[in-house]
Design a protein around this ligand. Structure first.
Ligand code: SF4
Length: 431
């Protein structure tokens, strides 16, 4: 039985127990969330060393780190190093988006080395193999695509992005819309090219039942991709995007009926004032399915700093009910991320996720900040480092300029904390 089928039967699986322990909630809460589809636990039965992670309503907002080679750069070693950095920095999941080198071998190495759930986008590999075999992505056969999906599920991939909502009707809307940036989703672009050339419906939509069967076999969670996500603020929340979301809402219901766990992906580039609306739309149309957003990026002009752009959007999205943030690195729009970009991206998204969790009232979120404030009042630097999102960075910055006393070098002997303690006798122990 899949997690969803177990939960519907009222059975609490070991994965549900583990997630409950991690989140500090009752196992029944997880089981009921999985049964309703508002929580997913991506856990392929073939991913041996996996620590299960719950994503969804009432749980801590999770952060995904994308790694993977491109046709220009990277190999198994570079990607395993990025995986290590992502795990060290506290990512909750990792997606292998490799499009260069021995893609299958890299994926298997990443899965073997990862205790975190691993996600992939099988259409990338299917498209690349079609180029090698036939000279063009558009020559890919439906069986070729499903063979790659099967390979990923059998390898132990825990969740797969499948752009099932890129239908002919969504393409018609795209043409009529007249976008600034058209399509920025690689998977979406592969499929649109294939559909237009072959004058056929999206095979992932047309053969959705076949996809559900493959996913069900090893309990792979479907992450319904947003091939029509806006890649420019000018294209945000437009008709093709909403058309795709309506289709995804229907596919969520079919996945749940088939016993397959499902979440829904979202934008992308969104102005601040449209983020909440997008979250509410997804939650309403997709019946509470966990929402997984890329960023969102709240401006188009911060190249080199898009981890910050994404964290601003991610915090607002998380506060509004988004469950899962895909990180954005400083390399976004510019190059393939290196390990330092991965570090910056994960930390920025974790800040966003935690800020959202405080607003959402996630268990333990507010207390964490309170503990930090108490440690600050006590000038307890080691405790502050321990409580930091990045203890190493905290220690490094604090020791940059040696302080004369117990305070830090910012105010030195005029430390506000120390002065108030001395003259007003206010003790942090009362906090
Ligand atoms: S010196 Fe200034 S910045 Fe440093 S702990 Fe004291 S009040 Fe805070």
């Amino acid at each position: 039985m899949t997690q969803l089928e177990s939960a519907k039967e009222g059975i609490i699986s070991p994965q549900m127990e583990s997630v409950a322990q991690c989140e500090g909630v009752e196992a029944e809460f997880i089981q009921q969330g999985v049964a309703k589809g508002t929580i997913v636990i991506p856990s392929n039965t073939k991913h041996g060393n996996l620590t299960p992670c719950g994503i969804g309503q009432g749980l801590r907002t999770k952060v995904n780190a994308n790694i993977g080679t491109s046709s220009d750069y990277g190999n198994a070693d570079t990607e395993l190093e990025k995986l290590r950095v992502a795990i060290d920095c506290g990512a909750d999941t990792v997606m292998d988006l490799s499009t260069g080198g021995d893609i299958s071998a890299i994926r298997r190495a990443i899965i073997a080395a990862s205790s975190l759930p691993i996600g992939t986008v099988p259409i990338y590999q299917a498209g690349i193999e079609a180029i090698a075999r036939y000279g063009a992505i558009v020559k890919m056969t439906v069986d070729d695509l499903f063979a790659v999906i099967e390979e990923h599920t059998q390898n132990g991939v825990d969740f797969i992005t499948v752009h099932c909502g890129v239908t002919q009707s969504a393409i018609t809307r795209l043409k009529q819309q007249g976008r600034v940036a058209d399509v920025v989703s690689r998977g979406g672009a592969f499929l649109i090219g294939w559909m237009l050339y072959n004058e056929r419906e999206n095979p992932l939509y047309e053969h959705y039942d076949r996809l559900l069967e493959l996913a069900r076999e090893f309990d792979v969670t479907l992450s319904l991709g947003d091939g029509m996500r806006p890649g420019s603020l000018a294209d945000a929340t437009d008709r093709p995007q909403v058309e795709e979301l309506l289709t995804l809402g229907e596919l969520v219901e079919r996945a749940r009926q088939a016993g397959v766990q499902v979440m829904v992906e979202g934008p992308g580039h969104l102005p601040l004032n449209q983020i909440e609306t997008n979250v509410h739309l997804e939650k309403a149309i997709c019946k509470g399915a966990p929402f997984y957003v890329l960023g969102p990026l709240v401006t188009d002009v911060a190249a080199g700093y898009d981890h910050i752009t994404g964290a601003i959007g991610g915090a607002i999205a998380a506060a509004a009910g988004t469950d899962f943030l895909c990180y954005v690195t400083p390399a976004e729009h510019l190059s393939l991320p290196d390990p330092e970009d991965v570090r910056q991206g994960v930390i920025a998204s974790r800040i966003a996720a935690h800020a959202g969790d405080i607003a959402k009232g996630v268990k333990g979120a507010e207390q964490w900040d309170r503990q930090m404030s108490v440690a600050r009042k006590k000038l307890n630097w080691e405790e502050q480092a321990r409580l930091s999102l990045s203890p190493e960075r905290s220690r490094q910055v604090h020791s940059k300029h040696a302080p004369a006393g117990a305070a830090c070098s910012m105010c030195g002997k005029f430390c506000a904390m120390a002065l108030v303690e001395e003259y007003l006798g206010v003790s942090a122990t009362r906090c």
